[in-house]
Design a protein around this ligand. Structure first.
Ligand code: RP5
Length: 172
């Protein structure tokens, strides 16, 4: 594996059942041309693997970790406690409590060990935030992010409901 092939973002889920949500983060990173990996790392079933993943991530070239977990979701916080890399937490929706349990478990980190937490199930925003962090030191990613955002704005402005000729701030 060359340096260019090494993942910059590590996406991890507490269970393979989290992948349908986390694959949305992977899709955004792919759109932005950011190399990433997607792995299962369970805090309560494989704590030793969690520690090893966190302790080796930076030396493998990972720059941001996106961690999704559901229920008593301690994976993002535990990863954050074992690495200085920024960790973005994705609360996974749950059957019994709708993901409020995941959200509160991830967002309510005690002081000193932050986890940047996105909305329940919103893995897309986790990927965009990871890209924004990487863009601080990478002009190519910054330009692709700007284009990505502009394309989303265009999609709203081009919606057929806006086709009545009213000026909408795009020089019209
Ligand atoms: C957590 O428990 C995972 O993050 C997942 O969201 C939840 C349920 O896991 P499974 O029972 O589907 O493996 O560890």
């Amino acid at each position: 594996m060359t340096v260019a092939d090494r993942p910059l973002v590590g996406i991890v889920g507490g269970s393979r059942s989290d992948f349908p949500i986390l694959e949305k983060a992977a899709a955004i990173l792919a759109e932005l041309g950011i190399v990433h990996e997607l792995r299962v790392v369970s805090a309560h079933r494989t704590p030793d693997w969690l520690f090893r993943y966190a302790e080796t991530a930076a030396s493998r070239g990972i720059r941001v970790i996106v961690a999704g977990a559901g229920g008593a979701a301690h994976l993002p916080g535990m990863l954050a406690s074992k690495t200085l890399l920024p960790v973005v937490g994705v609360p996974i929706p749950t059957q019994d409590l709708g993901g409020l349990d995941s959200l509160l478990s991830i967002v309510q980190m005690p002081r000193g060990i932050p986890v940047a937490t996105v909305a329940i199930g919103n893995a897309e925003n986790a990927a965009i935030l990871a890209a924004e962090i990487l863009a601080l030191g990478d002009d190519g990613i910054r330009e692709r992010l700007a284009a990505h955002r502009a394309a989303r704005a265009e999609a709203v402005l081009d919606d057929e409901s806006n086709a009545d000729g009213l000026p909408h701030g795009r020089g019209g």
